[in-house]
Design a protein around this ligand. Sequence first.
Ligand code: BTN
Length: 325
Amino acid sequence: MQTDVRSKLIEAFSKADGKFISGQEIAEYIGCSRTAVWKHIEDLRSEGYVLEAVRKKGYQIVSKPEKVTANEIKLGLQTKIFGKSVHYEESVESTQKIAHRLAGDGASEGTLVVAEEQTFGKGRLSRSWHSPKHTGVWMSLILRPNIPFHQAPQLTLLTAVAVVQGIEEATDLMPGIKWPNDILINQKKVTGILTELQAEADRIHSVIIGIGINVNQKNDDFPEDLRQKASSLFIESGQPVSRARLIQHILAKMEQLYQLYLDKGFTPIKILWESYAVSLGKEIKASTLTETLYGKALGITDEGVLLLEDNAGQIHTIYSADIEI
Ligand code: BTN
């Protein structure tokens, strides 16, 4: 099915909000014949959608396949801009790589790249990110904020807040944030965020926010070296989580917070971030590229930089490090 027809069809069901919609209404909405509607419905069925058809009432979506295709994400999405354009792939090296290409080609703000699997998922500090098929959320969002270069890390913190709030809405879990952007449940990492920029001089062209969430993995699905420190929403809650629904919640939260940030600046985001932070006020070990520091995490600056007070009372500003609590 052509993607524009598919989007329209999904949009028609989305507007019907779980109720029946007649073949005639769908045909008018899409601008095609009743016979074509029937064919499009069959295409949806072949993709795993369960649709009920009742004479004189029309069609109703009973259940959707557990995938994170553009349709899955768009059906029920409550945003104005984020995720309105979705680039979906079954398997990619890294969604970051695709998002960079799309951003360079002029993709609009809010464009989302999402994949079922990444074969070379990228983590922070040049690490790899384990991204097995169909079990996690591996996505990259393109933003085009008009902010100076040095403020870009604030968007990482904003994203961490949005992901925590999205997880809270989609599950019964209450995650915390470890500076700068690890999301933890029971001290284990369930989400990582990687922010990359396309910029020249002090002008940002685009910010590519990569979000990796371990959603439905079981313990055995993690390589042995990760089992002690990583977990998934399924392991922590005992319930499978719909990845598409989770993405919808996160995009909605991100759009709200991003608007708040553009209107009111970083202060309200910082307050929210601090309310979820698990490391503040605690003794931590910070391993930067050049040194290892021990001390108390005092807080973050308006630039999102961590302040650490060492045992001699000296205050260090930390831009990038691995933190152990
Ligand atoms: C971290 O090291 O904590 C950050 C991990 C970020 C992983 C995500 S998954 C989607 C996007 N694509 C990538 O290759 N990496 C990010």
